[in-house]
Design a protein around this ligand. Structure first.
Ligand code: AQP
Length: 340
């Protein structure tokens, strides 16, 4: 365990690998904003180096990165208060990623469930980068000596691996350079599920657009996706226990709770005994009211790509000023000569 007391600092990132989904928003970005507004130092990244672990069309990647920056800002991240930048502009990420991949053990990486989920039966055809992704994610966090990492439930294992890598580095080199970062997984929707299959998480890269709500979807599209969301024929229960074995119903209740800022119990107290024919339109209205101002603001920002690039450039310089000295200390600890 680290004995140094590290300054509280938040780091997290999202891949610009497609449209930001309601899952990314409720599981991650909403929390990013709360942490920013609590006064802690916050650093939020568009992790383009992670995005390319699967094929990205270069034109689309550029657009998706700007769109993600626009989404961050439209959701309430303030470039004055938070450092916002794209990962590839700060070379400490890639460099520290390599150094930490020499610390991480193959056995640890082999236990990562996200690789297994994403690779499926095609592991042999996946990029080496997809397999090594968690070591780069550890570098993202540790380059800033971040103490808190707001993420959705699916990223918990990667933050735990980051702690293992940090502890091994500190131990192997007899230093106290890295804190043990804490995953922050909070809220009613830490794992938003696909609208088509309650056993799969909602994901940007799901081939079916109907499986997710994109932050850029218009009101009609949101309403139609919620209306067509898979459910069961039973009415909603009045108690949480009644959602057992009903993953699709649970998912919609959790989404309603997270959007309206109440607990799932409170949602069931209001809608228990009612059919989805009543609940779905209420959820659609809530989602549209919540998301329409965000997508409107995103569209406004996307009309000014130069301003987005300026914000990202400023963020990259501020991020580099924190990460470069940490990287220098890491190299020093490893025994690398600083020759210039
Ligand atoms: N369904 C989800 N529910 C709650 N949180 C979620 N997150 C992702 N999906 C959900 C959280 O969003 C943050 C950013 O995730 P990411 O882009 O780094 O990668 P991911 O977890 O692999 O997300 P996607 O949407 O599934 O992307 P693709 O399809 O490109 O792999 C993380 O904090 C994550 O927990």
């Amino acid at each position: 365990m680290s004995e140094t007391s590290f300054k509280q600092r938040v780091f997290s990132g999202i891949q610009p690998s497609g449209n930001l989904t309601l899952g990314n928003y409720l599981g991650a970005v909403k929390r990013f904003v709360e942490m920013q507004n609590s006064g802690i130092e916050t650093i939020y990244c568009m992790v383009d180096l992670h995005a390319i672990t699967v094929w990205q069309d270069p034109v689309a990647l550029r657009n998706q990165t700007r769109e993600l920056a626009a989404a961050y800002i439209a959701c309430g991240l303030d470039p004055q208060k938070s450092i916002l930048f794209n990962q590839s502009q700060v070379s400490a990420h890639a460099e520290l990623g390599w150094l930490l991949s020499c610390v991480a053990r193959l056995g640890w990486m082999n236990r990562m469930t996200q690789f297994k989920d994403k690779a499926g039966k095609n592991a042999e055809k996946m990029s080496l980068g997809l397999y090594a992704y968690p070591a780069l994610m550890a570098a993202d966090i540790l380059a800033y000596q971040a103490t808190h990492v707001p993420v959705g439930e699916d990223q918990k294992q990667h933050v735990e691996l980051t702690r293992d890598i940090a502890a091994k580095f500190n131990h192997d080199f007899g230093v106290d350079l890295f804190p043990m970062p804490e995953p922050i997984i909070e809220g009613a929707a830490t794992r938003v599920m696909s609208l088509r299959d309650g056993s799969k998480k909602m994901s940007k890269s799901d081939p079916s657009d109907k499986s997710r709500i994109n932050m850029t979807d218009d009101a009609d599209t949101i309403a139609s996706k919620i209306r067509k969301a898979k459910t069961d024929p039973e009415p909603l229960p009045s108690e949480l226990d009644g959602l057992q074995g009903r993953p699709e119903a649970r998912n919609l209740v959790n989404i309603y709770a997270a959007l309206s800022g109440v607990t799932p119990d409170a949602v069931l107290a209001e809608f228990g005994g009612q059919q989805f024919g009543t609940f779905k339109p209420a959820l659609a209205e809530l989602a549209v009211n919540h998301l329409a101002p965000i997508s409107g603001e995103m569209a406004r920002l996307m009309a000014q790509p130069d301003e987005i690039d300026r914000i990202l450039g400023d963020g990259a310089m501020r991020a580099d000023a924190i990460a470069a000295p940490v990287l220098a200390q890491v190299k020093e600890a490893i025994g690398m000569i600083s020759s210039r």
